[in-house]
Design a protein. Sequence first.
Length: 122
Amino acid sequence: MADTKKEKLLDILENLQKEGDISESMAVSRDGLPIVSNTEKTDVETFAAMAAAMQGAAETAIAELKQGEVEQIIIESNKGKIISIGAGAKAILITRASKTANLGLAMIEMKKAAKKIEDVLK
């Protein structure tokens, strides 16, 4: 059983990857600093900074257009998907998935994981 916050967060990311059709995942602070990651392929610091910038820009745009709150950001390319979702006031959950990943399953599991991350970081 996980004892530290880091261990609890890593468990959440590992379960997300098992259940959610996700290849890489990380929790980052809203100011772009890595909190914890479950990836070996990606430059964690760069990915964290880009995720926070992307989330911040989306939240600003949505607020300016009076469209409520950002639920998720999905970027699809010819090689895969990047999905970002808020994980409370302190964190963002960001994942990478293959082009053929089941987006519905990924989103369901990401929402569960984001709530767990939020609870750990309270």
